[in-house]
Design a protein around this ligand. Structure first.
Ligand code: DX5
Ligand code: ZN
Length: 230
């Protein structure tokens, strides 16, 4: 099985106008977003609180592309069905969120979603090896999860390179999350990533009344990546 390894930009709505998600999503998709990234935080696994399943269900009708839900919650398993029913296409859970990630990935697929595995910067990518056959995506965190607008952790580029080799020809996306901008994007694409989550770097300077800035911001990231892993 092959997958689309072209560069995909997934704006994180953590940086959108929280009073206006519907229009914000329509604006970023009209301006070229490939996926919509939804950061779910529980104030426990990470020190911030964001979106429950009801919010996800409410924004789902506005998403025409892919609803990419990043669960920064522990425990994960009791909430998988709720986020699946809210319409997630991809549900990504953290390896660090509990002792039974193998079961979690199975449960995500059983709920009808693509399964993603996220790795914090302190986790060696080799820890994902026993789980790769259960993954449709591995998300390499390039910040410590919890907040938008943090600085990209450069040492993660080498981890992406090693992960790319470990994945081999499995149909697994590599997603990068945190501090992605036109300056940091190329190194992770060269290292083998194909999905770039970006919050601040997409929403900065734009609004639903001035959406072309979103397009310019996404183009700047894409244009910075001249080499595509093949
Ligand atoms: C961090 C989140 C990210 C975040 C990215 O915990 O998982 O998706 O919103 O934001 P930027 O692009 O601003 O680093
Ligand atoms: Zn995220």
């Amino acid at each position: 099985m092959t997958i689309d390894r072209s560069i995909k930009i997934a704006p994180s709505i953590l940086s959108a106008d929280f009073a206006n998600f519907g229009q914000e999503i329509q604006a970023i998709e009209a301006q070229g977003a490939d996926w919509v990234h939804v950061d779910v935080m529980d104030g426990h696994f990470v020190p911030n609180l964001t979106f429950g399943p009801a919010l996800c269900a409410a924004i789902r009708p506005h998403i025409k592309t892919v609803m990419d839900v990043h669960l920064m919650i522990a425990p994960v398993d009791p909430y998988i069905d709720a986020y699946a029913q809210a319409g997630a296409d991809i549900l990504t859970a953290h390896l660090e969120a509990g002792p039974h990630t193998h079961r979690t990935l199975q449960a995500i697929r059983a709920a009808g979603c693509k399964a993603g595995l996220a790795l914090n910067p302190g986790t060696p990518v080799e820890a994902a090896v026993p789980l790769l056959d259960l993954c449709d995506l591995v998300c390499v965190m390039t910040v410590n999860p919890g907040f938008g607008g943090q600085s990209f952790i450069q040492s993660q580029v080498e981890q992406v390179r090693r992960l790319r080799a470990l994945i081999g020809d499995r149909p697994v996306h590599i997603e990068i999350d945190g501090g992605v901008d036109p300056k940091t994007a190329q190194a992770v694409i060269d290292a083998g990533a194909d999905v770039l989550v970006a919050g601040s770097a997409v929403f900065r300077g734009g609004s639903v009344d001035n959406p072309s800035v979103y397009g310019d911001n996404m183009r700047a990231i894409r244009d910075a990546c001249t080499v595509v892993w093949a």
